[in-house]
Ligand binder design. Sequence first.
Ligand code: SF4
Length: 186
Amino acid sequence: MVKSRFKQNYLSDLNAINPLRRRRKDNIMVRVGVHVSIAKSIDKAVDRALEKGCDTFQIFTRNPRGWKLKELTAIDAKRFTEKVEHSGLFPPVDHMPYLPNLAAPTDDVAVDTHVHRISNRLGLVSTKSPYQTEFALRKTLPKRYWIVFNNLLVMHGKTICTPISPKCSICPITEYCKRIGVTRYR
Ligand code: SF4
């Protein structure tokens, strides 16, 4: 469910900038661009691409590493679209976030930094990266928990099992946790 909501939101971002695609016809010329940041506001990406002398550019319209999303506002989308229209930059490319695995035949365990950190602390996996954690969890975690696992651990990671000094004294799952790698806690 989270994934389908994410997909819907992502598609609404694409639709927000889509008029540019419909109104212009691309030509054969090779266009050169780079990935630029949308820090502070998405339209700033256009300024950054122009500063770098690009013909086109690529952005993430939102955080590419987590399922929790901040919606683009209609004003943000309008500002961005208008700026691109006047910039001569074309086409703007929206880089898909890292999490969806289009090659997967089924839903995946969504692993971000919270899921990676807590799974290792609990001792469920012993991995060095979220990517490795995803594969390790696929082997050990029953499929029916794949979606809810992410939701629970992200919330737990933000409120109790924080990156530095987790609040183990109030953690409801202390008895199940091996606290691997935890040197300081409250
Ligand atoms: S006991 Fe501590 S380290 Fe383990 S999950 Fe709870 S807060 Fe995190």
